[in-house]
Design a protein around this ligand. Sequence first.
Ligand code: FAD
Length: 349
Amino acid sequence: MQRDVVIIGGGQAGLATGYYLRRTGLSFEILDAERGPGGAWRHTWDSLHLFSPARWSSLPGWIMPGGPDTYPTRDEALSYIAEYEKRYHLPVRRPTRVHRVARAYDQLLVATDSGDWSARAVVSATGSWSRPYIPAYAGQELFQGKQLHSAHYRNIGPFAGKRVMIVGGGNSAAQILAEVSQVAETLWVTRREPTFLPDHVDGRDLFDAATRRYLAEQEGRHESEEIEGGLGSIVMVPPVREARERGVLHSIRPFKRLTRHGALWPDGSEREIDAIIWCTGFRPALNHLVDLGVVEAGDVVEVEGTRSVYEPLLWLVGYGEWTGFAAATLIGVGRSARETVKEIAETLA
Ligand code: FAD
């Protein structure tokens, strides 16, 4: 099959790119490995709250329904993204997994589990959810308790009455700790003191501050960091604030090794643990690009804006700051999708 543009990944980044491509008249197809819409949102835990109110969690063209001061739930985000796909009649083919992308003369060949596509331009928008990251600790293979990454955490069910260690210092860790600590004895481990945003600051302030910095950069000015931390700082959504009132938001520095039934710290102290929830982030899902020879050490692709420096027919959208500030957020991905499509249209004109 042939298209002007093939987008790999039908999550928020792929859809935002499709939204702008519709206006160009270029033929395009979105290939998505999931069985239904929503991308990573399909796999987040039941009680997840977004860290920005609906208006600041919107994709281009359609403001997410919801009040200016309520944090949408994961189900609301999921139904919004599913509705978005329908609303703009975006051509998403799923489930379709892309195995590799290779250069074929003046086009790119996209090999999938249901046939090959050739395209004049490819946008990779595969996110990071499918590559959860767990740091290596001595003794991990010895530990007899339950271990899972936040990507696979759903609810408190399996942890009631247990001794649970939560590792990681970001929003996932804080929200999961807030929930699990209601039914289990919890221990929070972070590499450094976690940074909590002031109660009145949430994702919209971070996005507005990031926009001011972005615009200043565009004009060659320096904008001070008036909000300490960034998207990695913990937003005090209601469940996290409630946990603070319960005195739960205290973390200790990492252990030295895991043992069969717990963890051992450098001072020789040991704690018995029944389960570990690793809230230690993700790596971008780029395996399908390896044969193009563009994936560097550290799982990044060198880009100019969002365009691959070494494969000029390839763009990357939604992977986080290296593909555009706030690009891994619903509201931030719109800007980089718009700039990406503008550049693709100019290139293919
Ligand atoms: P994804 O949503 O992961 O979509 C990528 C799609 O590509 C998936 O459907 C996947 O199946 C598909 N894919 C992957 N590899 C292939 C392949 N080889 N072939 C075909 N298809 C493939 N953002 C906010 O804006 N606000 C928030 O409050 C917020 N909270 C978050 C809380 C958590 C716990 C997490 C994990 C993220 C949160 N985010 C939030 C970020 C946001 O959910 C993700 O950054 C977003 O899902 C990334 O969108 P994406 O389209 O880039 O990737």
